[in-house]
Design a protein around this ligand. Structure first.
Ligand code: NI
Length: 399
């Protein structure tokens, strides 16, 4: 070994090494925040990510339009994927931050800029140190917010091109102590489905309801009846949500409108419960309004399945967090989230786990006041780095 080789040997823990360059990734996160891009339009973001990865020695594959996959191979061994999402939301930012969105009506209000910075910080460390054997794939996925990015990557051959042994991802979580990780085995986030519903009646004068078919009264009864789905049809030991988030009908106090439009979101944590909602909600909506003489037009729009974490990968990631960041970095328990994530599609195909990283107190996700906490980039990147090194242990390892 030459002196130069000896100097090149990586020193220090992953956390120490990543800490040395963390300022660059905080600046990058704020830059991405300043230039948010909506689903499948993440051109600038994707170009920036690909250039960085290429500079560190990754092979780049572009899929799903604005998706970027960076691959680093270090001899034979297992293959690991880590995924970050890169898209922003159609929300007008109200944080007043100096690096706030420069695009009116578009904002990184879910911290995907932060997830991207976290994975890039780990990717750089892993490329510089290469203390692993096998193949590492860092996936920068577009269009999570519209629930389409993961599915499109898979349909374009993600797992045929990169047959990974496991896939991991994370989401920051406001209201959970900053820098602490939450691990949930089994169902972790809800399935999501949507129902668009039109009650078609017969409009008329508000003073002559007997000559009309009032869709407002029918809609009101349908909403009340919907409350029985979770309380009477869903297994009481299972969780589910039926929310009518939008209702529109009518223009004046003395006019009975022709129709009322409603939009519902349905959440569940298992296939049987998801099927109960998919069957009972449309049946109930139709039955009630038809009994009142109106017509029901039900458009059921399937979303995606629940995020179901695999027990072995959850336990592996938890052990990595404890070893790399200490017992305090691991929350003793975390309840499943009723929000949804299209990471569900990956877990339906491959073993893996979706983790939660506390963002500290502050506005919730999808709020115009939401602020990603830059202090969690270091623990997040440290976890990814150590997880990759421990998963990709030695040639041919098959633990
Ligand atoms: Ni998100």
């Amino acid at each position: 070994m030459t002196i130069a080789d000896a100097i090149a040997v990586p020193q220090g823990t992953a956390q120490d090494r990543i800490a040395e360059t963390i300022g660059e990734f905080i600046a990058l996160r704020q830059e991405l925040h300043h230039h948010p891009e909506l689903a499948f339009r993440e051109q600038r973001t994707a170009t920036r990510i690909a250039a960085l990865l290429e500079g560190w020695g990754y092979n780049i594959t572009r899929l799903a339009g604005t998706g970027v996959i960076g691959t680093l191979r270090n001899g034979p061994g297992r293959a690991l994927a880590i995924r970050a999402d890169i898209d922003a939301l159609p929300i007008h930012e109200a944080t007043g931050l100096p690096f706030a969105s420069n695009v009116p009506g578009v904002m990184h209000a879910c911290g995907h800029d932060g997830h991207t910075a976290i994975l890039l910080a780990a990717a750089r460390y892993l490329a510089e140190t290469r203390r692993f054997h096998g193949s590492l794939h860092v996936i920068f996925q577009p269009a999570e917010e519209v629930g389409q990015g993961a599915r499109r990557l898979i349909s374009e051959g993600l797992f045929d091109l990169f047959p990974v042994d496991a896939i991991f991802g994370l989401h920051n979580w406001p209201g959970v102590e900053a820098g602490r990780f939450g691990f949930i085995s089994g169902p972790a986030m809800a399935a999501i489905d949507r129902v668009d519903f039109r009650v078609r009646g017969k409009g008329g004068h508000g003073a002559a309801p007997h000559e009309a078919v009032d869709p407002v009264v029918a809609a009101a009864q349908a909403i009340t009846a919907l409350q029985s789905v979770v309380s009477r049809n869903v297994n009481p030991l299972e969780a589910a949500v039926v929310t009518v988030g939008s209702i529109h009908g009518g223009t004046a106090s003395n006019v009975i409108p022709d129709s009322v439009d409603m939009q519902l979101t349905l959440r569940s944590f298992s296939s049987p419960t998801r099927e109960v909602l998919a069957r009972r909600v449309p049946a109930l909506l139709s039955g009630i309004v038809e009994a009142l003489g109106a017509e029901a037009v039900v458009d059921f729009r399937p979303g995606f399945p629940p995020v179901v974490n695999h027990a072995a990968e959850v336990s592996f990631a938890r052990d990595v967090a404890r070893a790399a960041l200490g017992e305090d970095a691991v929350l003793p328990a975390l309840a499943p989230r009723t929000a949804s994530e299209d990471f569900a599609w990956y877990l339906a195909e491959r073993p893996g786990a979706f983790l939660f990283l506390g963002n500290g107190e502050g506005a919730p996700l999808h709020s115009p006041e939401y602020r990603f906490n830059d202090a969690i980039i270091l623990p997040g990147a440290t976890l990814w780095a150590e997880l990759a090194e421990r998963f990709l242990t030695h040639p041919g390892a098959n633990q």
